[in-house]
Design a protein around this ligand. Sequence first.
Ligand SMILES: C[S@@+](CC[C@H](N)C(=O)[O-])C[C@H]1O[C@@H](n2cnc3c(N)ncnc32)[C@H](O)[C@@H]1O
Length: 342
Amino acid sequence: MNSTGKERPLGGNKKYNQDIAPMDPLDAEKIESIVNAKLNKDLEQLLMPKTISSIVQQPLQQQETQEHVSTIDPDLLPVNWPKHVKYLLDYEYHLSIPVSLLDIVQGRRRQQKELQQIEALGKDRKERYEEDKNKENESDDSNKNKEEKEGDDGPRSELESDYDDIPIGHAIPGSLRTLSSDPPPYEIRFIDSPPDHPVLGSYGLFATKLLRPGLHLLDYISLVVPDGYADPNSDHTLYLCNDLNLDASVHGNHGRFVNDFRGIRTQEQGPNVCWDLHRDVITGQVRMGCKVLKRIQPGEEILCTYGKAYWKSRGILVTGNEWEDEWDTDLDDQSDDDDDAK
Ligand SMILES: C[S@@+](CC[C@H](N)C(=O)[O-])C[C@H]1O[C@@H](n2cnc3c(N)ncnc32)[C@H](O)[C@@H]1O
């Protein structure tokens, strides 16, 4: 629930936000007003009065975007991204829009295809998934040249008619840390075990190094979507503030792969990370950050709580309190210097 009494999907951990000051200690009200002033102004100027295709046609933005795209070294991008998900770039909001559009259209089609494939897998999910993947890789090689010329979905003119279906939104800048030459201390994995894992046959985010309590791990990068434009079927919507949501269903970063802890850790253990607004110390921008609550060992899954409302809206009643104080009791843990070597 939020202050307006409406149920929210997956949201920042309110209880946690109350107890722990954001990185740059501004009170919640001030953060909200800053976010609103900035985002609503941008939404008004950039999105609301315009159609998506008119934004695409703005030559300056396209040109600026192209420049930025070319500064990204493709080798620095995560190699194990599922095909249907695209990364967002770490630039001013409006610059990401034209880049996003083509990706959204293509990403959606890929996503639909992949979801159909996963659904068709039935019982022997894993085996058949891998078989299909191998076939896909083989045909990928032979189609590569063709795709490079046309994109996955044919010439661009064919895509234009799809623009009306694209949710209106814009990109919230993320963190260049995910694009730095140091590999991030986490990776996306396809979950194929244990057999009773509730998210089997889907993806999750896993630690590759020891993660200490209190660490700011990553930011949730996505489209910023006002209430009326949020996709009700999205499984990747996180409440930002007031009427704004972060929707990473098609366009997002590693943050969209963080699963809920239920069925994986006990209620007593709770989540090992939480979502919290913070102000980026370098850029000064307000972001939704993922913070480590409990020590996470390499190979362990990174898990948050989606909140009861998220599951209730899907017809699932979950027991236990919305937030347990014990969940962040490791926060002062700075010990074990030996672990630094890992
Ligand atoms: C934000 S996504 C998480 C990433 C997702 N596994 C993927 O591969 O895109 C949220 C969706 O993941 C699934 N999920 C996450 N945690 C779950 C859990 N503990 N039990 C069952 N399903 C879960 C649900 O389908 C949920 O709607």
